[in-house]
Design a protein around this ligand. Structure first.
Ligand code: BGC
Ligand code: BGC
Length: 749
């Protein structure tokens, strides 16, 4: 059952507050500014610590302009105590009754509380998706909520629910992969972790508001460049891109952020059909919609759909925007002035403004912001990176690591072997974490604690087994430009280390980046990293490649040169132990690709392609030819199907038919496995995807034993979108693929 908020009481309260509000107050509630606008900076632009709130700027914003929301980290991560002081200073005018409505503060805590120094950093969403583990997604949400809220911040701009189907897009790593079912199930689970059980009428004191991002179609950019147009058919919108948002709304998500780019020619921020008709009216979303960064200004400056800033404000608010991330100072003052004028002149109906404000008030009430903390019940100090938090992060890394290739049994490594580790990413944690780590782009390493070292831990582990571990940087990145330095980075002096190694383990990475600064022209792994792997191979070495990439990058010569390939995604801070456990074989791999890994630069393929895409140049059925399929992932154990069955041949509405499969492995320890079930439909009036993910389960299977996986099937799982984007019930033959078994069922709804 979806954990929905009980709105009745909150509605009454919001209505009562609204009645007391002046126009200025209402307008201010729809305005969000960035924290930089209320802080004092050093003359050189750096931030003094302890932070200094600029009292005049703060009171001008919240008292004069009645601004209702503040966002962002001030350019860098802060100690938790600094966050608490900042949030208290911002909350103070409300506590002192200088303002009537509390300020809502929001940050991007997208892979843990990444702007709180010393917080637990999890894998980025793409890695979390590779775990296919619903419970871990929830634990990630819970830990992130606790650590974010313990810094005083009640609102998290996460999860990203955009689908990762365009590998050039700089924010691919922020997604839960390409599949709507996987992203829905995991996305809803993250939302529940963030917000907790909403059956009470308030968010718990250790929870944060979730924000579904970025509604909708942002990730489908045709060019792959950030904030550029996407063209998505009504069918694909319904069957793919809207699905995770709908599921997050059902899970109770209380806020949504709108797509900064345009979809089918219409900028996200003026799309009243999607924001108002679909999200709010059809799906019953009761929370509020916030713009993305400067996006109302974008409407006239960039999209050029508005004649002026004032027109842009009217268009956005009338389309259903409730809160505007203006967010700079002094631009916000113009926003407030213009919106006030618009309401007085009738360009924005008062009823629309009231609705926006009511939505914001509801969320503030739901978050408990109106409750002034008494001295006794201040935020309970919690330990960042508590034992259970670290355990969850390690488990997430462990279950995300995906084995893509393993020839000549190069893995597991023998305990006593001599290992040469190469690549900047082995020793530089910026590449483990990616963007949104301590700073926006994640390129500043000065905020990392010093007590984590993969190489040191690896060396210690190897020594206890008479093994040896050496390190060479090899190929690297230019610190000033983020462009790869040329060549493999090996010198004649390095030859001895190479010669004496039994196995080389090469870390292949990408320069951290997101949004515009992360725009990427080259779909390949960089040439210098290919060169490095190639030179080692040419020297006769066994090579293991570890991909620390937030997306599928074309592997070029690495595919053949590497004996083994492990995808680590962007694993965050707790990479070391799970990684060493896997490559030495004390634990098995269970991660699976949450995307289709492309083989060719001219072809972005998806596992759920149409049947026509399977026809090759030679007319054979081999036209769909990715490097690795969605859901692919090897393990040391060999898995086999003992039996599979379906409880009835025909599925009628109101029926549940059970699909069962019994799996066994041959390992002498318990092993974990993900079982995806794919369905395919045909003989319907619109050409169907060849197959699509219907359901999945992940389980531990005891040693020497088998486990039964049971999947309930009902007709609703076989709905498809018609040409106009309307869900329609399928009928006729359905093929079900689970592991290597194929089963059939006939739909007679
Ligand atoms: C990003 C959002 C983010 C917001 C606030 C925007 O530029 O697109 O994902 O939540 O900034 O930092
Ligand atoms: C936002 C960016 C913005 C930057 C400025 C980030 O959190 O997402 O859009 O430009 O902050 O600090």
């Amino acid at each position: 059952m979806p954990a929905q908020m009980n709105w009745t009481e909150i509605d009454v309260q919001a209505e009562a507050i609204l009645k007391t509000m002046s126009l200025k107050q209402k307008v201010g509630q729809t305005c969000q500014i960035t924290v930089e606008g209320i802080l004092r900076f050093n003359p050189d632009g750096t931030l003094p610590l302890p932070l200094q709130v600029n009292g005049e700027e703060l009171s001008e914003a919240v008292q004069t302009y009645k601004v209702g929301s503040i966002l962002n980290a001030p350019g860098r991560a802060l100690p938790r105590t600094e966050w608490l002081k900042l949030i208290q200073a911002i909350h103070a005018p409300y506590v002192k009754k200088e303002i009537d409505i509390p300020i809502l503060y929001g940050v991007d805590a997208i892979h843990g509380a990444n702007y709180v120094l010393g917080a637990t950093l999890f894998p980025q969403e793409i890695g979390l998706a590779a775990t296919f583990n619903v419970d871990l997604a929830r634990q990630f949400g819970e830990v992130t909520a606790v650590e974010t809220r313990s810094s005083g911040v009640p609102w998290n701009f996460s999860p990203v629910l955009d689908l990762g189907r365009q590998p050039l897009w700089s924010r691919f790593f922020e997604t839960l992969g390409e599949d709507p079912k996987l992203a829905s199930v995991l996305g809803a689970s993250i939302v529940k972790g963030y917000q907790g059980d909403l059956n009470q009428s308030k968010l718990g004191p250790d929870r944060v508001l979730a924000c579904m991002k970025h509604f909708v179609g942002y990730s489908a950019s045709a060019s792959g460049r950030d904030r550029t147009p996407a063209i998505v058919s009504p069918r694909d919108l319904t069957e793919l891109y809207l699905v995770p948002f709908k599921s997050a709304v059902e899970a109770g998500a209380l806020t949504v952020m709108i797509n900064s780019a345009s979809l089918n020619g219409m900028p996200g921020h003026i799309n009243s059909h999607l924001i108002t008709d679909v999200l709010k009216n059809k799906w019953g979303f009761k929370g509020f919609a916030v713009t993305d960064w400067e996006d109302i200004l974008f409407l006239d400056r960039v999209h050029q759909v508005a004649a002026s800033h004032k027109d842009a404000i009217a268009m956005a608010i009338n389309a259903g925007i409730d809160l505007s991330m203006v967010p700079l100072n002094p631009q916000y003052k113009e926003y407030c002035r213009l919106l006030e004028e618009l309401v007085l002149e009738g360009g924005v109906p008062m009823a629309r403004l009231d609705d926006a404000v009511k939505r914001i008030l509801r969320v503030k009430l739901a978050a408990g912001l109106f409750d002034v903390p008494s001295k006794k019940n201040k935020t309970v100090p919690i330990t960042l990176q508590s034992e259970s938090a670290v355990l969850a992060a390690k488990q997430a890394v462990s279950e995300s690591l995906t084995l893509l290739k393993n020839e000549h049994s190069v893995l597991p490594l023998k305990p006593n072997s001599s290992i040469l580790v190469l690549g900047q990413a082995a020793a530089d944690r910026r590449f483990w974490n990616g963007a949104w780590t301590h700073t926006w782009q994640g390129r500043d390493s000065s905020y990392f604690s010093t007590d984590i070292s993969l190489l040191k831990e690896w060396q210690q582990r190897a020594q206890t087994q008479q093994g040896k571990v050496d390190y060479l940087v090899g190929s690297s990145w230019s610190e000033s430009t983020g462009i790869p330095n040329e060549g493999a980075g090996l010198t004649p002096q390095n030859q001895k280390s190479i010669e004496s190694a039994d196995v080389c383990v090469v870390f292949v990475s990408e320069w951290p980046g997101t949004e515009k600064p992360g725009d990427e022209e080259n779909p390949f792994v960089t040439q210098n990293q290919m060169d490095l792997v190639h030179e080692l191979k040419a020297a006769g070495k066994r090579v293991v490649v570890v991909l620390m990439l937030g997306r599928p990058k074309l592997l070029g010569s690495i595919l053949d040169d590497a004996d083994a390939i492990v995808h680590a995604y962007l694993p965050g801070e707790h990479f070391t132990q799970p990684f060493l456990d896997k490559i030495y074989g004390s634990a098995d791999f269970s991660g699976r690709l949450p995307f289709t890994y492309p083989r060719y630069p001219g072809r972005w393929e998806h596992y759920d392609h149409a049947n026509s895409e399977t026809i090759a140049k030679d007319n054979s059925g081999n036209g769909y030819n990715p490097l690795f399929d969605f859901g692919f992932g090897l393990s040391y154990a060999t898995w086999s199907v003992d039996a599979s069955s379906i409880s009835a041949d025909t599925l009628r509405s109101a029926d549940t038919v059970w699909l069962e499969v019994r799996l066994r492995h041959n390992a002498d320890r318990p092993c974990q496995v993900t079982v995806p079930v794919f369905g395919s439909r045909r003989n319907l009036p619109i050409a169907q995807r060849g197959k699509y993910l219907i359901d999945f389960q992940k389980k531990w299977v005891p040693q020497g034993n088998s486990a039964l996986f049971r999947f309930p099937l009902s007709v609703s799982q076989f709905e498809f979108s018609d040409y106009n984007g309307n869900w329609t019930q399928a009928r006729g033959p359905i093929r079900l693929d689970v592991f290597n078994s194929t089963l059939n069922v006939y739909l007679e709804p």
